[in-house]
Ligand binder design. Sequence first.
Ligand SMILES: Nc1ncnc2c1ncn2[C@@H]1O[C@H](COP(=O)(O)OP(=O)(O)OP(=O)(O)O)[C@@H](O)[C@H]1O
Ligand SMILES: [Mg+2]
Length: 373
Amino acid sequence: MDLTLHNNGIDRSPEPAAQKDGRSSAGSSATAVYSTASGESIIQIEHLTKIFREQKRTVTAVNDVTFDVNRGEIFGLLGPNGAGKSTIIRILTTLLKPTSGTACVDTYNISSDPDKIREIIGVCPQNSTLDVELTAYDNLEFYGKLVNVDDDTLDARIWQLLKMADLADRAHMKVQTFSGGMRRKLEIVRAFIHHPLILFLDEPTIGLDPESRREVWQQIAKLNEEKTTIILTTHYMDEAEKLCNRIAFVDKGRLIALDVLENLKRLIPEGDLIEIGFDTFDTIDERVVIAIREKSLINSVEVKQQKLIISAKNGSKVLPEIVTIFENFSLPMTSISIHSPSLEDVFIYLTGRKLDDGNNETAQPLSGRRRGQ
Ligand SMILES: Nc1ncnc2c1ncn2[C@@H]1O[C@H](COP(=O)(O)OP(=O)(O)OP(=O)(O)O)[C@@H](O)[C@H]1O
Ligand SMILES: [Mg+2]
């Protein structure tokens, strides 16, 4: 996959390149990484900007953002509070007009064809819009009528969705008696009632316990199996890792990175951390260290307390070669571990801050953090 970087001269890319469709990438003043969309795109966003102007304050919620979403993928918008994720979703779902820039959803433009777009999308907003005084069935029926589901098929569709959400046995109970997870699952299937081509889920698991989050993830994966393109926002890294085909990091309104998980992790120059324990009385044969250092993809090799600590660009690829070197020197290994960078590491690397630190606390240096773990 092509990897294009635009990052104030810090070149970590194999080869800087323009996007495949010839468009320039947004955010040229920020550290930004874009993979070219390899599949057929269903959403194209070009230089989207949203500025909120209040009496004394101007907030640039979305700042010159350009990217595509592929048909059929689960696409994650990941970023801290206030990054601009919901604003992007609200623009794409035609609830907000951009200050500048444009976007196309399927074949429709957000400015000229908002009604057409509303017909082909389902939306589950960040804040619940269920009517808790109504039953699960009635919530679905009300929404189904709103989005013009055929009366003849509505009842069957409601039962299908209730079963999908494991809520059939609670169909006629008021939503106010439901747990947070049940409410979220109901709201997600509700957005799916008219078989939308694209489903927007804004923070689908916010505030849920781990068990409910897993259930919602399963539900999202199931919906995606029905060929629905899903765009979700989250500030949970595990959610993005587990669910998303591609992940876009958004920070302070800007798109700062976009790629599949593996490529995002490879942005970190330290790469993977391999630790090999060895069984020898005092020091390791220096020739072992030299032989490992000479291998490609190796960044650094250190010896620390009966352990060789190796930083490598692609840990699983170089590990067999390292094992062979140990064998060649008849040096027995007592342990092997590989630690790959997490998405949090990537975010810290790109921004210098943790993803979930509401107060922009500066993060510890990456190498110190990871080795201390
Ligand atoms: N209607 C509005 N009027 C003024 N400012 C707004 C409005 N909507 C959003 N903002 C501001 O735009 C910025 C981005 O907000 P947005 O809701 O898009 O962030 P987010 O990434 O979804 O955050 P969170 O993870 O907290 O949901 C914030 O500074 C927010 O205060
Ligand atoms: Mg939001």
